[in-house]
Structures are given as C-alpha cells and as structure tokens.
Design a protein around this ligand. Structure first.
Ligand SMILES: CC(C)(COP(=O)(O)OP(=O)(O)OC[C@H]1O[C@@H](n2cnc3c(N)ncnc32)[C@H](O)[C@@H]1O)[C@@H](O)C(=O)NCCC(=O)NCCS
Ligand SMILES: Nc1ncnc2c1ncn2[C@@H]1O[C@H](COP(=O)(O)OP(=O)(O)OP(=O)(O)O)[C@@H](O)[C@H]1O
Length: 236
C-alpha cells in the first residue's frame, strides 16, 4: 500500500484537497475527525481532559467546549503540551489500526489528512509521499477568522502554534498553492492524483509485503521442523 499524507497549516485547505482524493474513491483518514471522536463524553481522553483542565472546558451537555479549550491551549504552550500528551497517543493508535484495516482490504493507496505530521513526527516513517497545502499568511488568517469566528489575536496564536509553512513545504514531495480559487487548488490536487495513480510504487510495496510474509512463513516452518513440531502431513 502507498500512503500519502496531506498536511499544511491550520485552515490552509487540507480538507478541501483531501476531498478531491476522496471523490476519486481513495480512502481518507482524517486526524481531526479522530481527534473529535476520542474526546466524546465518557471516553478515556475526555476523562483525562476533565481531570487536567477542569469542568470549565465542558459545555452543559458535558461535551468539550472546543472554543474554550482551543483558546486555552493555543495561548499557552505548556497547556498545549498537556493536551497533546492526552490525545496524540490515542489519535496515532487509531490511525495505525485504520491503516491496517485498509491494508488487508487491498487498497492500492490511501490518504492521511494529518495537520501535525511534522510537529509530532510520529507517522513520518510510514508515509511514502507528502502533499503540503499552503497559502499566504494573510489568506490563512482571513480564512481561519471567517471559519472559526476568531479574533485576529486568537487566530494568530493558532497559526504560531505550528511549524512555519515554508519549512513544511520544503520537507514535502508536492506543494499545493491554495492562494487562488478552490477550483484551482482542486485542479492541482487532480494533477497529483493522476501522477500517483500512474505510479507503480504500490506494486513494489505489495511485492515487498508478500516477500516479508513468505520469509516469516518459511522461518516458522523451519522452527517447527527443528523442534520436531511439524504436523505429520507436512513432513517431506
Ligand atoms: C483544541 C481543540 C479542542 C480545538 O478544537 P477546534 O474545533 O477549534 O479545532 P479543530 O479540532 O477543528 O482543529 C483545527 C486545526 O487546528 C490545528 N490544531 C489542533 N490541535 C492542535 C495542536 N495541539 N497543536 C497545533 N495545532 C493544532 C490543526 O491544524 C487542526 O487541523 C482541538 O483542536 C483539539 O482537541 N486538539 C488536540 C488534538 C489534536 O492535536 N488535533 C489535531 C489533529 S492530530
Ligand atoms: N481556495 C480557497 N478560496 C477560498 N476559501 C477557501 C479556499 N480553500 C479553502 N477555503 C476555505 O478556507 C477554510 C479552511 O479550509 P479547509 O477546511 O479545507 O482547511 P484545513 O487546512 O483542512 O483546516 P483545518 O486544518 O484548520 O481544519 C474553509 O472555510 C474553506 O472553505
């Protein structure tokens, strides 16, 4: 399987680009969606958040008040570290299992929408190609303020909590410039999709996987033989 990560900055257009791949039938694993699911009331991460941040970050429905928690953690690096420590291991574990499930169902490639790929560095070794979605900082702020109804100061805190976009782009295989219209960005995503669709990399990965599987099987066979544990019908 061929794993493609879509990354970038907050509100630069990752979801907009991931949807292009999704429309082409590519499974997309969305880290933000998983991050929401694991903090639903009663979940272990929700309990830890309540213990560390108190009831002030809960709505009357007991759901996390995302605006309040967001304001707290984007203003304060230490608190952000505490929230990351609660949520990131579970998010990464869930992503890992979702990838494993897709692996056995035989998908040629999948997309991970991973905003913090470079910040955490955890999944980087499993990614074959990285697509960075970028735009100018004034556009990023403008879109973030409009979408999340934030003040300019709060929006800046969110942007500043992440690695600068130019550094992320430098480390990526593809860069999508999302300064123009949505259609233009979608067109760039389609060009990348076409390139990857024509790539033979997934066959290489499948052959390596099969090779590993055969080596493992042969090792188990040899061990059983050495310790005289082979079923009689397998004896040659
Ligand atoms: C702080 C929370 C409650 C704010 O919720 P809100 O609905 O306002 O934002 P949302 O979850 O949609 O995130 C939007 C974007 O913010 C950025 N972001 C979110 N968490 C972080 C973080 N810990 N550090 C840096 N950027 C972050 C990402 O670019 C993300 O795509 C929420 O983001 C959260 O629970 N974050 C911790 C989990 C996490 O790291 N998620 C990111 C995906 S791994
Ligand atoms: N080219 C564009 N022109 C105008 N608006 C855009 C464009 N691309 C995205 N947007 C808008 O900007 C906002 C952010 O886009 P999107 O949700 O795709 O970004 P994101 O990187 O996934 O954000 P986040 O990581 O914060 O969830 C959305 O409101 C979206 O509609």
């Amino acid at each position: 399987m061929f794993i493609v990560a879509v990354t970038g900055g907050v509100a630069t257009g990752k979801s907009t680009i991931s949807k292009v791949f999704e429309r082409q039938g590519i499974p997309v694993i969305d880290a933000d969606k998983i991050a929401r699911e694991i903090v639903e009331p009663g979940q272990p991460c929700w309990q830890r958040i309540r213990e560390i941040f108190g009831d002030d970050v809960l709505l009357p429905s007991k759901e996390i008040n995302r605006a309040v928690l967001g304001k707290m953690i984007f203003e304060d690096k230490e608190l952000r570290g505490k929230l990351n420590k609660i949520t990131h291991p579970t998010i990464h574990r869930k992503i890992f299992w979702q990838v494993c499930k897709l692996l056995v169902t035989g998908h040629a490639w999948i997309v991970l929408d991973l905003p913090l790929l470079f910040e955490t560095g955890v999944l980087i070794d499993f990614i074959h190609k990285i697509v960075c979605v970028t735009c100018d900082s004034d556009k990023q702020l403008e879109r973030l303020i409009a979408r999340n109804e934030l003040s300019e100061t709060d929006a800046r805190h969110r942007v500043d909590s992440q690695i600068p976009l130019d550094q992320k782009c430098e480390k990526s295989h593809f860069v999508i410039d999302n300064n123009g219209s949505v259609e233009e960005a979608e067109h760039s995503a389609m060009a990348i999709y076409n390139l990857m669709r024509d790539s033979k990399q997934h066959w290489l990965n499948r052959i390596s996987f099969l090779g590993l599987f055969l080596i493992l099987g042969f090792t188990i066979y040899l061990l059983l033989k050495v310790f005289n544990k082979l079923p009689e019908s397998w004896q040659m």
